[in-house]
Each structure stands twice: as C-alpha cells, then as structure tokens.
Design a protein around this ligand. Sequence first.
Ligand SMILES: [Zn+2]
Ligand SMILES: [Zn+2]
Length: 225
Amino acid sequence: MSGVKGANVWVWDFQWGCVLIDSGVPRQQSAILANLQAMGRTPDHVKAMCCTHRHLDHCGSFAALQQVVRAPLIAHSWDAPAIEGREPLTSAAPGNPLKELVDSLIRFSDNTVFGYVPARVDAPVHGGERLPDTHELEVIHCPGHTPGSVCYFQRARGVLFAGDVLSQRHGRLRPPRSIFTMNREQALESLRPLAELPITAVLTAHGGPVAEHPARQIAAILREG
Ligand SMILES: [Zn+2]
Ligand SMILES: [Zn+2]
C-alpha cells in the first residue's frame, strides 16, 4: 500500500475478498482505507487482518481499523498480550546495555510519542494453522525477533509475507535487524524451515518484494549466520 507510515501494509487480494497484513504505525487507518477504496474494495471485503508481530510499526493502527473493519484480527498468542496492551510492545533483551537503552527509548516513543492504542486479538494462533477465509494463508511461527513473530505463507503461489522475520539490504534477504531483535540465535534458527518451503517471492515489512531464489538466499543466511 502506498502512503502508509511504518512497516509495509500488504493486501492479499482474491476473488471474494482480501486480507490485510499489518497496519503501520498509529493513525494510518485513513490511508489504508483509501488504498482499499482505490482497489475497489470496501471494509466489508476484508476477511481477516493478520498481524506479523507486536512491534508498533506493524500493529499500530489495528485498533482504529477495528472500528470499521469487522474481520477478525489474527496474531500469535505469545505476542497477543502486548498487542492488547497487557505487556509493553518491546521488552528489553537482558544483558545487553545498548539494546536495553534502545528498548527503553522505543517504549517511550510507543507510549508517549505515538500513543499506541491496544487492539483486540480475536483469533490467537500458534503456528501450523491454515486460516479460514484468507484463501489459504498458512501461519508459520518464527520466534526470535519477538516471541510471537509469524510469517503468512500462500503455498499455491509461493508468496511469503515475512514481517520482520527477514529483512533485506540492496534487494538481498538478511536476518532480522539485530538491535530490534529479542533473541538473535532463535531468530536465525527460525529461518531453517523457511529454506525448505517452495517460496517464489518474499514480501518483507521494510522494502520491496524479493523474488530472486529466495530459498537459496535463506540457506545462505543459515550458512553465514
Ligand atoms: Zn518492522
Ligand atoms: Zn519488528
């Protein structure tokens, strides 16, 4: 979607509806709805809202969207307490003073600068589900960046909505950005099953699609660490 601030908001569009993947930072609902309108879609066409993880640039506008979109909000059960406002969206990775400082700055920004409004998670998932009403999106749990980070995979087309489970630099897939990642070793380990999937395109949350041998690129990340 264009004109939306924060992480990319993707629309998985199919004949009888569409699915929103992530929602940007707070106050992006008008821009998101305008994009849907430009596609000839109304809020009623949205069959599900899929959250990749609990960071503000991804879940920031779900609460506002829930005022007009009746579709369920889907997120992993381990990130749901933060999305619902019962835990901070970021929590310090212990033992790393720089990360603790960055996390405390982000927490201040989430609450005071952006004014995060908690959203209601209607359908907590655990990984392994094939979501109803989404034209066969599968949930793949990839903990590490956050405990409840997930990818959504459309197997028939080989499209992977990766959230921050993968990042990219100069069009090449990379591991998630270390400084924002709670457990780097676990985040790398979570990439292992992705290298086995028939992926044709990875849609990361920051940057454009990556379609050049994605599985090979993921295997290279696993080799190089
Ligand atoms: Zn992000
Ligand atoms: Zn993130």
